[in-house]
Write a protein that binds this ligand. Structure first.
Ligand code: NAG
Ligand code: NAG
Length: 709
């Protein structure tokens, strides 16, 4: 009798626990899924990642892409992407072509990037090569249409540094001064270890059929110098987007055709072959139509072809996701991959699809994986670079394709961190599928305090798509299913180099600040805190840097960790309107008196990046760019301090360093000496040629013009 009672008690107790974990999901709505579970494209829907440059290394495919999303900062109704502010590169990798690890975003150009001389980091490509017995990684990028830079690292996911401190290819490079767009690099390391770089684009007046604006050049043994004069590739009807491959002894140069109604179609990917990496190349045919033909989203076309595990693939981008999210094309692209037919030494035509490619191998449930490996996702965000973690808020989820449970899993082990605790539901089939079990994550002491948490599950068998859904705020680092004995594989995570510990930035109060004059920049938009208007109170907005007095701010310590910020306009200070403690209170510039409304504290989020919290809100609110805007003139106000990118500022000392802010590089009209105009309104006017057709159907091209300051 006693035993029976005890058993009954245990049964009720465990049922109660499960019911409790399940009830954590009452009223929790899962974040929207943009990528149906039957689809594998786009490869990542967390980030707008354009111009995929792809490298195969050690059994994995690494994709480097132009960060079209500028973090999560594009908001709900952004204006069209003008590309002028993009200075970071997204990186992700996969060993099965369906589950992709989001490795984060590489700070490539600009004040916070590796290459401070460059304003932009567009259209990257990457290569690896053993130098002095050590594997080195090389990431080439375009500084808008103005030159090619190179970054290096000991790991495919960085951190990257700029080894030469300037462009590898510029208009002063031999045979490059007449290239219209000095951009879009492609790189190859040949079987003998020699590197080759391909780049260029654009269509000079009256040269539609033979623009002669693309080049091929041999690289030095160090991969960061040129070993020869760039050779012209006479690619018919070329526009942009070089690619290079080798199969057997044949070199395949591929590119995007122009919009001038040539015989090979508008903005399609075409290719040529040669028996030499430097040509001459002979035209062969097209391999991929414009994304408009597959997704109804006409736009520019950019590709990389790879051979991986004995199959040919073509990566490209499209605005399909952008259209789903915003209803119309605004120039935000995501990367896709489909198979590319190849037979008898010739490429066939690939078809762009949402279905994408098939998974090359199952995921072994008993190995340890990063939570940042996913095939589908909703709402989550990624922390760190290389070894990344995933932040889930209530209802956010990730899904992993084809997890093989072998003889059966009975439990799961995760490394997780949470400030207040949360429950993670494991579901099969979809983010709203049947629960296989729950993991109750306790409060671990903060979002940076990772603890191993285990949970038992009822036996899981077979091969399943597995989903992790959060009931509240939690950060996941790794997961591993366990067998009947509570064990899993002891193999290291994935096959890739783990190069740093998981870090979620926690705010640090800064007590003393170097007094003096600064430009104050929001790194994710590249815009500066600016006093506007003609009279007191001046309103405060964000604007492109132009280094005038209304963008200068003098930091003075005011005691107790507070500072004041005097405007370069005179005896005026940054001020919270009416000393309000409320969200939405305007930030302005008012006659200086140094009272509570004019005192601020700096809270550091990562090195050199600060939230400016207001004393009038008792340090609870921060100087905030309204609605995550990024256009010139967007208002600045006070909002709850969240550490999000629209509340982060860097202080650029005036006269104290090599870079005083302002986008010096971009300010140079790269039209000179070619005679193309600047955008008259920073990305909103079009260049059109004598026929008036160039750029008319797609205002993306406007972003290819320099902004005017
Ligand atoms: C669990 O342990 C038992 C006893 O050592 C062993 O026979 C069995 O194979 C183990 N199960 C797994 C899945 O390794
Ligand atoms: C609500 C309120 O008191 N608003 C006032 C804040 O201060 C400005 C002048 O700085 C007044 O014009 C507003 O009426």
């Amino acid at each position: 009798m006693k035993t029976i009672l005890f058993t009954l008690f245990v049964a009720i107790f465990s049922a109660f626990v499960v019911a409790d974990d399940a009830s954590a999901f009452n009223g929790v709505r899962t974040a929207r899924n943009y990528k149906d579970i039957k689809n594998h494209n786009p490869i990542n829907v967390l980030k707008y990642s354009a111009d995929p440059g792809v490298m195969v290394y050690d059994g994995r495919v690494y994709v480097y892409a132009t960060n079209d999303g500028i973090g999560e900062n594009i908001g709900n109704n952004p204006r069209d992407n003008d590309y002028s502010h993009i200075n970071t590169i997204n990186v992700m990798s996969s060993s099965d072509m369906v589950n992709w690890v989001d490795h984060g975003t590489i700070p490539a150009a600009g004040n916070s990037g590796a290459a401070k001389w460059a304003g932009n980091s567009w259209a990257p490509c990457a290569a690896h090569k053993k130098i002095n017995g050590k594997e080195k990684f090389f990431l080439y990028f375009a500084n808008s249409g103005n030159g090619i830079g190179v970054l290096t690292s000991d790991s495919p996911t960085g951190p990257f540094v700029d080894p030469i401190g300037g462009p590898l290819v510029s208009r002063s490079t031999l045979n490059c001064n007449s290239i219209v767009w000095l951009f879009d690099p492609a790189v190859m390391v040949d079987d003998d270890g020699t590197g080759y770089l391909y780049f260029g684009g654009g269509v000079p007046e009256n040269a539609k059929s033979n623009p002669k604006t693309v080049r091929a050049v041999k690289l030095g043994n160090d991969m960061i110098s040129l070993a020869g004069t760039p050779q012209t590739i006479d690619a018919p009807w070329v526009f942009e987007d070089s690619g290079i491959n080798k199969a057997g002894n044949t070199y395949f140069y591929s590119y995007c055709t122009n919009w001038d109604n040539g015989p090979y179609g508008n903005a399609k990917i075409a290719y040529m072959t040669s028996s030499s990496p430097l040509g001459p190349f002979q035209y062969q045919g097209t391999v991929l139509n414009n994304p408009g033909d597959f997704f109804g989203t006409v736009g520019n076309n950019h590709h990389t072809i790879i051979n991986f595990k004995n199959k040919w693939y073509i990566f490209y981008h499209a605005e399909w996701l952008n259209k789903q999210v915003f209803g119309s094309q605004k120039g935000f692209r995501t990367s896709h991959v489909d198979e590319l037919p190849f037979s008898n030494g010739k490429f066939g035509n690939a078809k762009g699809s949402l279905t994408g490619v098939s998974q090359l191998e199952n995921v072994d449930a008993f190995k340890t994986y990063y939570a940042s490996m996913m095939a589908w996702e909703g709402g989550v965000s990624i922390n760190g670079l290389g070894h990344t973690t995933v932040t889930y808020n209530k209802g956010d989820w990730t899904g992993v394709s084809n997890v093989d449970f072998g003889n059966g899993a009975y439990g799961i082990k995760v490394s997780a961190a949470s400030r207040n605790g949360a429950v993670i539901k494991i579901a099969a089939g979809s983010e709203t599928g049947n629960a296989l079990g729950y993991i109750n994550i306790p409060a671990t002491g903060g979002t940076n305090s990772f603890k191993t948490v285990t949970a038992s599950l009822s036996k899981i068998t077979g091969v399943k798509n597995i989903f992790f859904i959060a009931s509240g705020d939690v950060v996941l680092d790794t997961w591993q299913f366990t067998d009947e004995n509570g064990s899993g594989s002891t193999e290291p995570i994935n096959d890739e180099p783990v190069n740093n510990d998981p870090v979620v930035e926690e705010p640090v109060q800064v007590d003393t600040v170097d007094e003096g004059w600064y430009f104050i920049k929001n790194p994710s938009t590249g815009k500066y805190l600016t006093a506007s208007g003609n009279s007191v109170p001046f309103n405060v907005i964000i604007s492109t840097g132009y280094q005038e007095d209304n963008q200068k701010w003098k930091v003075t310590n005011a005691g107790n960790g507070y500072i004041t910020l005097t405007s370069g306009l005179g005896d005026y200070m940054l001020d919270v309107a009416n000393g309000s403690a409320n969200n939405d209170a305007n930030i302005q510039v008012y006659s200086a008196y140094g009272g509570d409304a004019q005192q601020f504290k700096l809270v550091e989020y990562g090195s050199g990046e600060f939230a400016i919290v207001t004393k009038s809100s008792n340090d609870g609110k921060a100087v905030d760019i309204a609605n995550n805007g990024y256009t010139d003139g967007t208002n600045v106000l006070q909002w709850t301090n969240s550490g999000k990118s629209n509340q982060i500022w860097v202080f650029e000392k005036i006269g104290g360093g090599s870079n005083n802010g302002g986008n010096n590089e971009a300010a140079k009209c790269w039209s000179e000496p070619l005679g193309y105009p600047c955008c008259s309104e920073c990305g909103y006017s079009y260049y059109s040629d004598s026929d008036g057709e160039w750029g008319v159907e797609n205002d993306d091209w406007c972003g290819l013009l320099p902004s005017c300051f």
